[in-house]
Design a protein around this ligand. Structure first.
Ligand code: MTE
Ligand code: MOS
Length: 811
């Protein structure tokens, strides 16, 4: 075990403590950015002027009518920007655009004494536009050859030879929807400017350093003139990785121009119509299996719906390609990616960051092909799981693949899966109008940012003269429990009880140049930095303790707040030690730093070892589907997940449950829709409120939900032997989708490939059932299979090409 992963005796990590803010969350006392306006004098409220066209040129903007509205103080327009009129890191996101790129794009912002006055002011602004042709769907963008950014490709082996040599070859198409983040707290920023022109922005952001950079470049200032603080977020889920910057810049610009604090807080509908979502994808694929169902070759083109600007679309696409293998060995691969430019909000990071989209491709392929191969889908998946010595398509060795098999066996065992499969077969035989399905799916998710430079973090730890400890680190808290884990890490390293440590909000003037709290790496990176800072202080204190105790500094251990020589009974209490150290003029604070070792990635050829390790999990889900309506419920879910040696088991179980449910929401309930018609509402988001956008709620929770952490799973080389947990469990929800496919198929004869749209809403499930039933008549399967090529053998023996029908998300 490396020093980083080794735990002392009785560590504070690994203890099941509640979230550090749990009591504040449930009593409503926890402060979020917008709560600060009640504690702030003279706040001005900002309201966007959103233009209702999918694509249009702004020909005139008249703000005078707004200035006549009582309470309106100022209208912010492009000419007000002293620096760069751009809110993105790719310079393709004008903050005040003269071209409307999506329905609801904000062209200017009204500042007023009250939110209502700002709203009325925004309504009074007159915008003349010349409508331009628009592309609303990925299909339209593909047809118009409208793409943006890089077109990466992962290549291994010889795909054509692999396909040619395969016993069974299938091809198909898949289109699936994105997802709205629907964090409880919408985007929010509150900016102040002090007497010296120093700008302070409080912002709900996962990436305070980048928010700081964008605010600085919009204002034409240096980074040292801008401080960004994030108290906590009411959920981020990736939606606040890059999207907050422009809103923070509006608040900061307003504050510098008026000298008053300015608040930007989006209403729910503004948030839904202005901020980016998970990328939906369109995928074309061809796959070859050998005669025993082992994957031989996969050739796929993944086209993501980037929306109007690049944002994080390139790294999201890279992660999608790096996760198309999921947990399966693919000898020959060609994965091609491209990003469609459409007239929609700019799609962005969302829990899993492209990983879920990539994995959906292979899980969909396996789910559709299993019946045609005549292999039980669960067996088909198990057979293809990675084994020792194999590498991913981008060339990274798959370490610990045996954990996948261990998880698989444990889920089968604890979930009594085989016995339940028999019960389900019996149930299905006796129930013509309702069917059950049970699916088991694995997850392998790479941990680290693909972009190597982001894998670094900082921390600042203060020990005050009275012995109390205050820690700062570069990560943000969005509900995931990062701060709780960091408190546990500091307490463990310093050998103090947890209550002795306090944590201060994330600020760019405490820890600079931070990466986004993202890629699930918050605890790995910031934990490494917190531990490093604490160790520096400990080293100095050990020298002090050595003189006090008359032992060698190397033999000093601090545990439970007392420093002792190894094996000695007598010791010196922490507070006393700190007091002595202060009088000896020993530095009692330290800046910590951590960088992940051993990573390399060449994005130009999409090869390398970008991930420190893989997080693994396996889920078994059982559903019951109603044959008349397609309505379904999730009867039972069993998950075993690998979080290494957990830093905080309650937090980790919460993350697994929450991630799973959010994934099930994406795959089965949440159905973002845009008006793709030719009328005046073309490009309008139709699902722009909670009334039309279905989210998972208590009623959709699995009736039985068992989550277990894999035992004996310490991960060497990571802080206290733990593994990241934030995103990977989301992808365990494929088990629900595949169970729905199997239950739908049970309405037809055996051996029918059922295409299931994504999201698999009750409506989509109904159509899948209809497809299975129609197959009972014997024509749909035939019709969907491409005719054999001349000279080829019969279908059953050696099909040249079998086409699996299309699954499209909008039916
Ligand atoms: N959990 C909660 N409660 N709220 C969130 O916004 N975001 C997820 C995940 N879990 C999120 C969450 C996402 S997208 C990521 S990348 C990780 O948390 C980020 O935090 P971590 O790196 O500390 O795990
Ligand atoms: Mo998470 S999508 O990496 O913020």
């Amino acid at each position: 075990m490396s020093e980083l992963s080794e735990r002392p005796e009785n560590p504070a990590v690994g203890v099941a403590v509640p979230h550090e803010s749990a009591a504040l969350h449930v009593t409503g006392a926890a402060l979020y950015t917008d709560d600060l306006i009640y504690r702030t004098k003279d706040v001005l409220h900002a309201h966007p002027v959103q233009v209702p066209h999918a694509h249009a040129r702004v020909t005139a903007l008249r703000v005078e009518p707004a200035l006549r509205v009582p309470g309106v103080v100022r209208v912010l327009v492009a000419a007000d920007v002293p620096g760069v009129n751009d809110a993105g890191v790719k310079h393709d996101e004008p903050l005040f655009p003269d071209e409307v790129m999506f329905f609801g794009h904000a062209v200017c912002w009204v500042l007023a004494e009250t939110f209502e006055a700002a709203r009325l002011g925004a309504a009074a602004v007159e915008v003349d536009v010349e409508p331009l042709p628009s592309l609303v769907t990925v299909q339209e963008a593909i047809a118009a050859d409208s793409f943006q950014g890089a077109t990466p490709q992962i290549l291994r082996g010889d795909v054509e030879a692999g396909i040619a040599g395969a016993a069974r070859v299938f091809s198909g198409e898949l289109e699936f929807a994105g997802q709205e983040h629907f964090y409880l707290e919408t985007h929010c920023a509150l900016a102040h400017v002090d007497e010296a022109g120093q700008i302070f922005v409080q912002c709900s952001t996962q990436h305070p350093s980048e928010t700081q950079e964008i605010v600085a470049h919009v204002l034409g200032r240096h980074s040292n003139e801008v401080t960004v603080q994030c108290l906590r977020m009411g959920g981020g889920f990736g939606g606040k990785e890059m999207q907050p910057h422009g809103f923070a810049a509006i608040a900061a610009l307003g504050a510098t121009l008026t000298g008053r604090p300015v608040r930007v807080r989006l209403t729910r509908t503004q948030d839904l119509t202005m901020s980016g979502k998970r990328h939906g994808f369109h995928v074309d694929w061809r796959v070859g299996f050998d005669s025993s169902g082992h994957l031989q070759a996969l050739d796929a083109t993944l086209t993501s719906d980037g929306g109007w600007s690049l944002d994080l679309s390139e790294p999201v696409l890279a992660r999608a390609l790096c996760h198309t293998d999921n947990a399966y060995w693919l000898p020959h691969v060609r994965l091609t990616g491209r990003i469609a430019r459409t007239n929609k909000t700019s799609n962005t990071a969302f829990r899993g960051f492209g990983g879920p989209q990539g994995m959906l491709v292979i899980e969909d392929i396996l789910g559709r092909c299993a019946p045609l191969l005549g292999i039980d889908p669960m067996e088909l998946r198990r057979r293809n799981l990675y084994r020792a010595g194999q590498t991913t398509p981008y060339g990274q060795p798959v370490r610990h693949p045996e954990r996948l098999h261990r998880l698989w066996e444990q889920v089968l065992d604890s979930g009594a899966v085989l016995a339940r499969q028999e019960e389900i077969a019996e149930y299905n035989a006796g129930h013509p109008h309702s069917k059950r399905g049970l699916a088991v799916t694995p997850v392998k998710f790479g941990i680290s940012f693909n972009f190597t430079a982001f894998n670094q973090a900082g921390a600042l730890v203060h020990v005050y003269k009275d012995g109390s400890v205050l820690i700062n680190h570069g990560g943000t808290e969005m509900g995931q429990g990062l701060h709780t884990k960091m408190l546990q890490v500091a307490a463990t390293t310093l050998g103090l009880p947890l209550e002795r440590i306090r944590l201060a909000p994330t600020r760019t003037d405490k820890v600079p140049n931070t990466s986004a709290t993202a890629a699930s790496s918050g605890a790995d990176l910031n934990g490494g930095a917190v531990k490093n800072a604490c160790e520096q202080i400990l080293e100095r204190l050990a020298r002090v303790a050595a003189t006090v105790l008359g032992v060698n500094a190397a033999d000093v251990r601090i545990a439970d707040g007392v420093a002792r020589g190894v094996g000695a009974a007598a010791g010196v209490a922490w507070n006393e030690l700190v007091r002595v150290a202060y009088f000896q003029r020993v530095q009692l604070f330290a800046a910590g730093y951590y960088r992940t070792e051993g990573l390399h990635w060449d994005s130009s050829v999409m090869r390398g070892s970008p991930f420190k390790y893989f997080a693994y999990g396996v889920a078994a889900a059982e559903v019951e589907v109603d044959g008349f309506t397609g309505a379904y419920r999730t009867r039972r879910v069993d998950i075993v997940h690998d979080v290494g040696d957990s830093l905080s088991p309650l937090i980790d179980i919460g993350q697994i449950e929450g991630g799973f449910v959010q994934g099930a929401g994406w795959l089965t309930l949440e159905d973002p829709r845009w008006d793709a018609g030719a009328g005046p509402a073309r490009g309008r988001l139709s699902t722009q409120a909670a009334s039309t956008y279905k989210l998972p709620s208590f009623s959709e929770m699995p009736e039985v939900f068992n989550v277990t952490l894999l035992a004996e799973a310490e991960e060497d080389g990571v802080v206290y032997g733990s593994k990241a947990v934030g995103e990977p469990p989301l992808m365990l929800a494929f088990s629900v989708r595949e169970a729905l496919r199997q239950a739908s198929a049970a309405f037809g004869p055996a051996g029918v490939a059922v295409d299931l749209a994504s999201p698999a809403t009750p409506e989509a499930v109904y159509w899948a059932i209809e497809q299975a039933r129609a197959a009972a008549g014997g024509h749909l399967v035939e019709a969907d299979v491409a005719p054999p090529q001349p000279g080829a053998g019969t279908h059953a023996m050696h099909p040249e090409s079998e086409q699996v029908g299309q699954a499209v998300s909008r039916v």
